[in-house]
Design a protein around this ligand. Sequence first.
Ligand code: C2E
Ligand code: MG
Ligand code: MG
Length: 649
Amino acid sequence: MKKQDNMAGYCYVLLLLLALSFGGALVLVYLSRLPQSPVALIRHLQLGELLVLAGAIAVQLNLVNFFKEVSAKAFTDVTGVRDKKALEKHLLELQERSDTLNTGIMMFDLNGLKWVNDNYGHEKGDEFIQTFASYLTRILNSDSFLARFGGDEFVIIQEHTTPQMLESMEGHLRKLVEQYNLGAALPLSYAVGWEVSYKNHYYLMEDLLRTADQNMYIDKSRKKQGRSDEHTHLPAGRHSFPAISEETLIAKIESMLHTRRSYLLVVNDIENFHFINDTFGYQMGNQVLDAFYQKMREEKEILFICRYHSDIFLSVTDITDIGEETALKTTQDRCRRIAEALSCAYPIGNCVIDVGACRMEAGGLSAEEYISRANLACHSAKKNYGHLCYYTEEMAAAEQEHAHIIQSFPSALRNQEFRLYFQPKVDGRTKKIVSAEVLVRWQLPDGSLRAPDSFIPLLERTGEIVQLDYYMYEQSFAWMAAHPGPLPLSLNVSPVHFAHPRSFVKTVQELMKRYRVDPSRVIFEITEGCYIRNTEAVNEVIHELHQQHIRISMDDFGSGYSSLGSLKDINFDEVKIDRRFVADGLSERGEIVLQEIFHVLKRLKKSIVCEGVETAEVSDFLVQAGCDEIQGFLYYRPMPEQEFETLLG
Ligand code: C2E
Ligand code: MG
Ligand code: MG
């Protein structure tokens, strides 16, 4: 709507308000002089007066109606629908309600208005847009509010609605437009996007508008690329790619394996896809999957692509003439390109696509085995730089070993294959043992030992580390009960516990009570990385444990996350400098950094422990700089229970 029209509308409104108040005032003055009772009043009035009064009231009523019409017009566009101001007012009203649930917004963008204006003039352009607006009005009902948002954009706010209802409204519009286009010289086409505020996905009006706008933008870019309308808004569970059964997939790959050519079987996984679903909704997730599939289909080297399951896609390229290396490079480049395009087309942040690949040819393995190889490679790709992994025999062996560890853990725990190893810590000055860290070792039935780094990360993935830690705590508390004295033990706490901080505190309390442990003999080690990632839960645990006079140490301090700034908020009693700090001796710069860190820690009254000390030179420096306790191979290696007891005497 043009500015002048708005101004004229406002002037009308002002004049009418004046006329109304003046006329109203006259009628009131006249009425106030008349008798109060209606019968007396009618008797009192002459016929002429009655007629004049009725006329005045009729004029006022007409004026009221006229006022209504004009004020509505003041918020109305040339297309006859509400304008942006009216829309803003309506949005504000909706926002001020106690909730926005079941409110939907549909955004429409009419294509080609500029082209019509440029080629046929503005009058034709106005007609073009009015035609579209008239079709929009035909899909409305009593819960709709239609407004023109900008030059060629329209908005429908729909109350008491669902995504399905909006979908059906859009379907209705599409049919009307298709019908119109059959005989139209200037056919209509539009992009559309919508969103509804519903229970699992609650929006403020502003967010709702933005999301609908984003969805419309996605639709627009799809249509620009020549996509058909039918895939624009797929209901949850429906996709633009065909569903393929496991049997068909196997048969397809088997048929390729009967040729004399070599292929690259690729498995792609959209990283953190659940994040897209959780944050932007399933509809957005579906659109990303569809877009990935379409883009892969457009690649001429790809012979075959299908969705394997969830966000995992499987594709095949012929590499007979190009060789593995080139094929892998092309595959990686392609996936990067597609990931970039998805990041640009959808508001999903940085999209990363993992690539797992294996070579496939006749006379080798079965289709299932090849699929499992490519899958395995894709699994490892997540951890790899470049997000690409090519299947190798070593990889398979490592993966098999991991599977074996995970599978044998429960029986190993039952059979008490986990042993406590103790690594003493010495006083910096006297070099006397002042405490010890308890470290787990997995002793296999053949007597060999598994180091914690080979199984702890796996158990953290499965969550079973929680059981192992409690087992270690219980054994340590039992050891303390059997060895009274002041020597404290440091126990490691896996980050997994902080998903359920209360349960951790409760279990520790119960175990300590059972073995009557003196709390001053317990130090829990929580890593710096864990603290940074779970600050709130860690602080909650520290608070609870402090109430019971249990000390807390920050393990692996300086391993990559900490900032001096965060030190001021840390409630730890002790800070354990990461062994990587001193691993290769100390450079001059390293010494300066440590001196400064120690200085800050001392002022904050934290006890300082250094681990991984292997040389007397490093040890001397650390003690001079203010380190309270030293743990390292220079003094003691981790040792089994018996040896530790002998050492203590
Ligand atoms: P951590 O808690 O930082 O433990 C110290 C690690 O440094 C131990 O490795 C120890 O053997 C090693 N170490 C000590 N002094 C030296 C030295 O002078 N030179 C070198 N090169 N290494 C030294 P370990 O026993 O292999 O444990 C590795 C990690 O496994 C531990 O790091 C800890 O994060 C984890 N871990 C061990 N036991 C447990 C447990 O019972 N529960 C949990 N959740 N984690 C544990
Ligand atoms: Mg530790
Ligand atoms: Mg450590």
